[in-house]
Design a protein around this ligand. Structure first.
Ligand SMILES: Cc1ncc(COP(=O)(O)O)c(C=O)c1O
Length: 398
C-alpha cells in the first residue's frame, strides 16, 4: 500500500483530549476519578440559547447558509466587537467557522507556506504547533518566564524574528497559564510586529472569563497599523458554555477573510445553521449567565490557588483569566513512590491518575515540563476532593 501523506506523520493527537479519554475510561471501569483535565465550562448552555436553537429547528432553519456564515451572526459579531473592544468591523471582515479551532486552522491554511516560521510563545495551547506543521510551516517555540507572568516581552520577540518569520500567535488570557497581557504590553509587542512586517493571530477565546482587576484588551485596539495585520479569533464555546455547538469566528482584513472563506467553502461549507442561530442569541441576548459563571470561576480560582500554594513543593501563580491553574511541580521531580520514579510532568500526571485517581494534564503538552495544568471548570465540591487527593499523593513521594 502506498504511504499516507508525510505531513500527517508530523502531527500528534491532542494530549488534552487523550487525558480526558483515559479518565473517562477509568470512570467507565468504576473508578471514582476527579477530573481536572476539562477544557470546557461545567455549566449547561443557558436556556435562552437552547430555546433559540429549538426555534431554528422548528422554523425550518435547517438548510445550508452562506459558507462563511449568516449575515445576522456576522452583524452580531460586529456589534459585539464595537461594544466590547471599540473595534469597528464590517461583516465582510468576519468569517464564522466551526469553533475557534477551525478559525485558527483556516488562518493557518491561508497564511502559512512550507518553511514559514510561526512564533509561538510557550507555554502554548496544544494545537498551535500542530496546525503550523500541517501546513509544513515551522513552529518556533519562544520560551517565556514565570517571573514575567509567562508573557512574551517585546525584546524577546524581536530576538526571535528572522527573514522567514510570518506570524506570531498570541493568546490572552492564556490556556494553560491564565495570564493575560495589559494594553501597554500589547502596545510594545505591536511595535515589533509592525516594524518586522509580521501578522499576529490573536486568540481571544477566554476574553469574557477574566477576574479581579485584570482588564481584557485586544492587540487590534492599539491602532490601524497593527489592526491591518491582526486576525482576531474568538467564539462562544467558553464564554457561553457552548463547546459542543462549534461556533467561532475570525475578524480581520477583508482580503484574508475572503481567502479563508474560499478555503472553508471547499472544506466544511457553513457551520451548522442551528448553532449559528444559537450563537446569535448568545451574543445579542441577556448576558447574566456569563456573569454568573465568572463569579463562580473566580471563587474556585481563589480556593485552588491558595490550597496549591500551601502544598509542599508546589507554587502557583494567580491566573487573571480562563479556568486553568498552571502550578510549578518540578520540585517533586527525582522523588519516588515505591518503585515509581517521578522525573517529568508525564510521570507525575500518570502517578496522579493511577495512584490518586486525579486527572491533570502534564505541562509537556504545552511545552513546559516543569508544570501541570488543572482546570477548575468543575464543581467546588469536586475541586476540594481532588485537592485533598493531590495533597496526599504529593506527600506520598519521597
Ligand atoms: C486557547 C484556545 N483556543 C481555541 C480553543 C478552541 O475553541 P473552540 O472549542 O471554539 O474550537 C481552545 C479550546 O480549548 C483554547 O483553549
Amino acid at each position: 500500500m502506498k504511504p499516507l501523506a508525510t505531513r500527517v506523520g508530523s502531527v500528534k493527537p491532542s494530549m488534552t483530549l487523550a487525558i480526558s479519554a483515559q479518565a473517562k475510561q477509568l470512570r467507565a471501569d468504576g473508578v471514582d476519578v476527579v477530573g481536572f483535565g476539562a477544557g470546557e465550562p461545567d455549566f449547561d448552555t443557558p436556556q435562552n440559547i437552547k430555546d433559540a436553537a429549538v426555534r431554528a429547528i422548528e422554523s425550518g432553519f435547517t438548510k445550508y447558509t452562506p459558507a462563511s456564515g449568516t449575515m445576522e451572526l456576522k452583524q452580531a459579531v460586529c456589534v459585539k466587537m464595537k461594544q466590547d473592544n471599540g473595534l469597528a468591523y464590517e461583516p465582510s471582515q468576519i468569517l464564522i467557522s466551526c469553533g475557534a479551532k477551525h478559525s485558527l486552522y483556516n488562518i493557518a491554511q491561508v497564511l502559512f507556506d512550507r518553511g514559514d516560521e510561526v512564533l509561538i510563545p510557550a507555554p502554548y495551547w496544544v494545537s498551535y504547533p500542530d496546525q503550523a506543521l500541517l501546513q509544513e510551516a515551522v513552529p518556533k517555540i519562544v520560551e517565556t518566564r514565570e517571573e514575567d507572568n509567562f508573557r512574551l516581552t517585546a525584546d524577546v520577540l524581536g530576538r526571535h524574528v528572522t527573514a522567514r518569520t510570518k506570524a506570531l500567535i498570541l493568546n490572552s488570557p492564556s490556556n494553560p497559564t491564565g495570564c493575560g497581557y495589559s494594553l501597554d504590553e500589547l502596545r510594545e509587542l505591536a511595535e515589533v510586529i509592525v516594524a518586522q512586517d509580521l501578522y499576529v493571530i490573536s486568540d481571544e477565546i477566554y476574553e469574557k472569563l477574566v477576574y479581579g482587576s485584570f482588564e481584557f484588551h485586544s492587540i487590534a485596539e492599539i491602532g490601524d497599523a497593527i489592526r491591518k495585520r491582526t486576525l482576531v479569533v474568538n467564539g462562544v464555546s467558553k464564554s457561553h458554555s457552548m463547546t459542543g455547538w462549534r461556533i467561532g469566528w475570525t475578524a480581520g482584513p477583508e482580503n484574508i477573510i475572503k481567502a479563508m472563506s474560499t478555503v472553508q467553502s471547499q472544506s466544511t461549507s457553513n457551520p451548522t445553521s442551528i448553532s449559528q442561530k444559537a450563537a446569535e442569541e448568545a451574543l445579542t441576548g441577556p448576558q447574566d449567565a456569563v456573569a454568573m459563571m465568572v463569579r463562580e470561576f473566580d471563587k474556585r480560582r481563589a480556593h485552588i490557588v491558595e490550597r496549591l500554594n500551601a502544598m509542599e513543593g508546589i507554587s502557583c501563580l494567580t491566573p487573571q483569566g480562563a479556568f486553568y491553574v498552571f502550578p510549578r511541580v518540578d520540585a517533586l521531580y527525582g522523588k519516588k513512590h515505591g518503585d515509581r520514579m517521578i522525573n517529568s510532568s508525564l510521570d507525575l500526571a500518570d502517578y496522579l491518575l493511577k495512584e490518586a485517581s486525579v486527572a491533570v494534564v502534564p505541562g509537556v503538552a504545552f511545552g513546559a515540563d516543569a508544570y501541570i495544568r488543572l482546570s477548575y471548570a468543575t464543581s467546588m465540591e469536586t475541586i476540594k476532593k481532588g485537592l485533598s487527593r493531590l495533597e496526599k499523593a504529593f506527600s506520598g513521594l519521597s
